[in-house]
Design a protein around this ligand. Structure first.
Ligand code: PLP
Length: 355
């Protein structure tokens, strides 16, 4: 039997582990921060009609410039953004890959602040970009001083910031992002996958006059669209030109484009559940201390909580009850997605009983 080690794989990929969040068909799945509310049926019907139309034209390659989709996305984002400011791909993971293909790669480096989204370092290794981790402050916060000191010390080509940060839920002040931008001549990317759950300001407001600032978003979380795969980015049009150099032609299928355009035409209905999800998040933050756990403040649709005697044990106990949450590898901590009210009831009840 051939093993990976027998193959002439790139030296820098030897010994690495692929992304591997468990996918288990249990009743309560709160482990990858999806929106656990289904797409409203009226919107789903509209999406299906658009897909039917697109299928009839599927003998042709899709619009390589995904023009309608960029129009829909810029209208959704607002902040004076035009279609020329927008890029999109199959999930924001692919957007980040395009960014690292264009601005990173062999001989180049990207700075990040773990614990943060695990895909940031994995996409770095896939593109041959050196991943440079730097420490956070107390309770996983990040001050301008800490970020600027790391940027000046490490001198990387790219800086990745994540706001709110996954897996901690920590929001980032805009003045930290502005200070990071001023401290480097490189690219500063803010991953705003959870922006719709945050009450604070978005880095979109900083784009004007900052051509090296990139803000990535996704339809996977607030928009309940994880299965369709649509992520996007806003930046100066020159950045979009750079990303055109590395994408594969026709990377967004006509079906993906049609589905996303149809969903964006119903953005208020698609986002109707965001307030309820935030309520469930806040409910967990309120209830966890009484159960002996230490939740961190969160501006996203999940809660990281400490005070867990044995994370693996509790993870398994919950799993055996049909509740899947996430062991993100931080000792004595677990992360749970805010789901529906019923899912939150089940989770909190099980935790009270098992803890
Ligand atoms: C979930 C998540 C994404 C989303 O990735 P998609 O490829 O758009 O599904 C991006 N960034 C962070 C920080 C995330 O947690």
């Amino acid at each position: 039997m051939t093993s990976l080690d027998d193959l002439p794989i790139r030296d820098d990929l030897r010994g690495l582990k692929p992304y591997g969040a468990p996918q288990e068909p249990v009743p309560v799945q709160l482990n990858v921060n999806e929106n656990t509310h289904p797409i409203p049926e009226a919107v789903a019907t509209d999406i299906v009609m658009s897909l039917a139309q697109a299928v009839l034209g599927a003998n042709r390659y899709p619009d390589r410039e995904f023009t309608s989709l960029r129009e829909s996305l810029s209208a959704y984002l607002g902040h004076g953004l035009a279609p020329e400011n927008i890029w999109a791909a199959n999930g924001s993971n692919e957007v980040l890959q395009h960014v690292l293909q264009a601005f990173g790669g062999p001989g180049r480096s990207v700075l990040g602040f773990p614990p943060t989204y695990s895909m940031h370092s994995i996409i770095a290794s896939g593109t041959g970009t050196r991943w440079v981790p730097a420490d956070r402050d107390q309770e996983y916060t990040l001050s301008a001083e800490t970020v600027v000191a790391a940027i000046e010390r490490e001198q990387t080509d790219i800086v990745f910031l994540c706001s709110p940060n996954n897996p901690t839920g920590t929001p980032l002040d805009l003045d930290v992002i502005a200070a990071a931008y001023n401290a480097t001549d490189g690219i500063v990317l803010v991953d705003e996958a959870y922006a719709e759950f945050a009450d604070g300001d978005t880095a979109l407001t900083l784009l004007e006059g900052r051509p090296r600032l990139l803000v990535s978003r996704t339809m996977s979380k607030a928009f309940a669209f994880a299965g369709i795969r649509l992520g996007y980015l806003a930046a100066d049009p020159a950045v979009i030109d750079a990303l055109r150099l590395v994408r594969l032609p026709y990377h967004l299928s006509s079906l993906t484009q049609a589905a996303a355009v149809a969903a964006l035409a119903h953005s208020s209905e698609m986002l109707a559940m965001v307030d309820d999800i935030k309520r469930q998040r806040d409910r967990m933050i309120e209830a966890l201390p009484a159960l002996g756990y230490l939740p961190l403040p969160s501006a996203a649709n999940f809660v990281l909580f400490g005070g867990v005697a044995n994370s693996h044990d509790l993870f398994v106990k919950l799993f055996n009850e049909g509740i899947l949450i996430r062991d993100v590898g931080i000792p004595h901590h677990l992360r749970v997605t805010a789901g529906t009210e019923a899912e939150t009831d089940i989770f909190l009840e099980a935790l009270a009983r098992l803890g």
